[in-house]
Design a protein around this ligand. Structure first.
Ligand code: NI
Length: 163
């Protein structure tokens, strides 16, 4: 199957609140595989299902040097601290913004076998978790940018992490 196309602004699917996954069936497994493939092809460190046009609460994250994480129905249960970080999104190509993210987050979700999991993340992982969970709520990082001077056009897409 061809790599799924990553939706970009102003695609309305990016603004929908995605539906909860109630049954992890074959089509969901296929979607997860496709999302991992699209994320790697982009390349990016995270991707949410609405970014491939599917309004479901699923995200994948792959930190450099770590195993890929699959999160179904993820929710942030705790967050701590605040830091200013540069952020980019595969659905907002050509731009980077500076926004506030948590230093540390705790997330509950299900894995692709449907088991309940809890995980903690800090730094880039916390940022990716907040970014992808925003996506499934129809929120984009540009919504968190305060002031036009905090969003800038990129000369090149290389050399920065996209989520
Ligand atoms: Ni994104």
């Amino acid at each position: 199957m061809a790599v799924r196309v990553i939706r970009v602004l102003p695609d309305p699917v990016l603004r929908q609140k995605a539906k909860k996954v109630t049954k992890i069936d074959k089509s969901v497994q296929q979607l997860i595989d496709d999302m991992i493939e699209a994320m790697r092809a982009a390349p990016g460190v995270g991707l949410a299902a609405p970014q491939v046009g599917v309004s479901l609460r699923i995200a994948v994250i792959e930190m450099p040097g770590s195993e890929v994480m699959v999160l179904i129905n993820p929710e942030i249960v705790k967050r701590q601290g605040e830091r200013l970080v540069p952020e980019g999104c595969l659905s907002v190509p050509g731009y980077q913004g500076e926004i506030k993210r948590s230093v540390w987050v705790k997330v509950k979700a299900q894995d692709r076998q449907g088991r309940n999991i809890r995980l903690k993340g800090e730094g880039l992982l916390a940022q990716a978790l907040e970014h992808e969970i925003d996506h499934i709520n129809g929120v984009l990082y540009v919504d968190h940018v305060e002031g036009s001077d905090k969003l800038c056009k990129l000369v090149s897409e290389s050399g920065h992490e996209r989520l």
